[in-house]
Design a binder for this molecule. Structure first.
Ligand SMILES: [Zn+2]
Length: 512
């Protein structure tokens, strides 16, 4: 007998409909799954057979063939267990199992444990959203623990604890519900941070403001304890609220990455992976492909502390996402794309000992050591970072002052103005000055002759490349936008030049 059961799949963060066809026939006992299943699905054979037996169904030794259609898309995940088990029972004894329920209007998603209980799966949100958008079927049966995430998709769903309950429901002997039964732990309140916590550091705070306003990647160079990570952790507090589509896209990424979702991701993510992180965990991919940290920080901030300690291959692999705002990972016979539009905040010590340029402590490094250390920071990624700043320890006089520093809300007012100017500039699209093409830089960053001759002099004296000059102009554009100025002024350009410290050669001054 042949049966057909509907289910869902996902690739990257997009869902699609899947039909699970099961044929049970006489012949040598075997169990094959075809239709580009990955290793997880191949392993589902053992789970499904045990779950069926332990749920009290008889399973005669027969030849079982399962086809996951459409066959050309690679299927991944463990959630096909439930539809496969339902398909097998239906193929064995279809009419008796289904009461009045029209099986062609119901989808099934869930992983089975050997005892027949249904376990939660990843990717529920993108799958259920595709069910709604593509009108695939009327209702879906999902694992109980996925109910909260399913609610975000606003589709009709029912939850089941185990395989037996599913069959009792299909027979008409039991009702399933869609309410949340488990007691939820109260949502953990995020530690609230604000720029007013940062004393002193006006130059670094200003650079953060510019980074947020024009979505400019930024690197901070400074000794340990100078407050680099404190500044980075506050950057998202001066970024605009997420748009509806940003919220949905970011939440989908968390759904397929296996984070248990308590609700939509409505706050811009802040991620700070340690430098010992594996390339796969940073970039994404792997045998059971998942988004990496660069995608988990999509629409938010990715903070790489001790940037020069990250592996060369990991840093190299970040070139593509920094350019295209997405990452494509290759697998056997397949590629998967995840969004990865993040604001990169990197930080580094100025030298191996950490105290080069420190006002009090003495650096014990040789000029050669420092040069070698700095060369690790430079290279292809530095080309994609618009703002470089020095962050020095707060002076005692600043620390001891009892004045109130500017709050995130105050700074955000200016950022907000700059963003609306940029929206107007780029025809209502959410685009930022940092994303300008060379042609756009020419068009929107025109300056008068006075500024041009100043730039020429600086270029000759400092040895800036044309690429550095483009970055200076982009940052100057953002500075002018923050001030609400139509034209870029000389002082805007001068300020932008101050945020290019790594373009300058290091001066080994004995006074340090
Ligand atoms: Zn040193």
């Amino acid at each position: 007998m042949l049966s057909k059961v509907l289910s869902l799949g996902f690739k990257g963060i997009d869902g699609f409909g899947v039909t699970v066809e099961v044929d049970v026939a006489g012949g040598l006992p075997s169990f094959n799954i075809v239709g580009l299943p990955d290793t997880n699905i191949k392993e589902s054979r053992d789970r499904v057979l045990s779950a069926i037996k332990n749920s009290g169904f008889e399973l005669p030794s027969k030849k079982i063939v399962v086809n996951l259609a459409p066959a050309e898309i690679k299927k991944t995940g463990t959630h096909y267990d439930l539809p496969i088990a339902v398909g097998i029972i239906l193929a064995l004894d279809g009419n008796r199992v289904c009461g009045n329920v029209d099986i062609s209007k119901i989808g099934f998603v869930g992983e089975l444990a050997l005892d027949g209980s249904i376990k939660p799966v990843i990717g529920i949100l993108p799958m259920l959203i595709s069910m709604k958008e593509q009108s695939l079927f009327d209702m879906v049966i999902i694992p109980e623990q996925n109910a909260r995430e399913a609610m975000l998709s606003e589709v009709n769903f029912l939850t089941a604890k185990n395989l037996n309950d599913v069959f009792l429901f299909l027979k008409g002997d039991m009702t399933l519900s869609s309410s949340l039964t488990s007691v939820d732990s109260p949502a953990v309140k995020k530690e609230s941070v604000d720029f007013s916590d940062v004393k002193g550091q006006p130059y670094a705070k200003r650079a953060m403001e510019i980074a947020a306003a024009g979505f400019h990647n930024i690197i901070m160079i400074g000794p340990p304890g100078s407050g680099k990570s404190m500044l980075a952790k506050r950057l998202h507090t001066i970024m605009p609220p997420m748009t509806k589509s940003e919220i949905l896209e970011t939440t989908k990424i968390y759904s397929v990455s296996g984070h248990s979702l308590k609700g939509l991701v409505t706050e811009r993510p802040f991620r700070e992976p340690h430098h010992t992180i594996s390339d796969v965990a940073l970039i994404g991919g792997g045998t059971n492909p998942k988004p990496g940290e660069i995608s988990l920080s999509h629409n938010g901030v990715l903070f790489l502390d001790e940037f020069s300690e990250f592996s060369r291959t990991a840093i190299e692999a970040m070139r593509e996402p920094l350019e295209t705002h997405k990452i494509t990972v290759s697998r056997v016979k397949d590629t998967i794309t995840y969004p990865a539009n993040f604001l990169l905040v990197a930080s580094s010590n100025p030298c191996p000992c950490g105290y080069f340029g420190h006002p009090v402590k003495k650096c014990s490094c040789t000029p050669l050591q420092i040069k070698k250390y700095r060369s690790k920071i430079s290279g292809p990624i530095l080309d994609r970072i618009d703002i470089h700043i020095d962050v020095l320890p707060v002076k005692f006089s600043d620390w001891s002052k009892d004045f109130k520093s500017e709050s995130s809300a105050d700074i955000y007012k200016r950022v907000c103005r700059a963003i609306s100017i940029q929206m107007e500039r780029f025809d209502g699209q959410v685009r930022f000055n940092s994303m300008m093409t060379p042609k756009e830089i020419k068009k929107y960053c025109a300056v008068n002759n006075d500024v041009l001759s100043m730039l020429e002099k600086i270029m000759d004296r400092m040895g800036y490349s044309a690429r550095s000059l483009d970055k200076i102009m982009k940052v100057a554009r953002t500075i002018a936008d923050l001030a609400g100025e139509k034209d870029i002024k000389k002082e805007n350009v001068i300020e932008a030049i101050h945020y290019r410290i790594l373009d300058k050669s290091i001066v080994f001054d004995s006074s340090y």
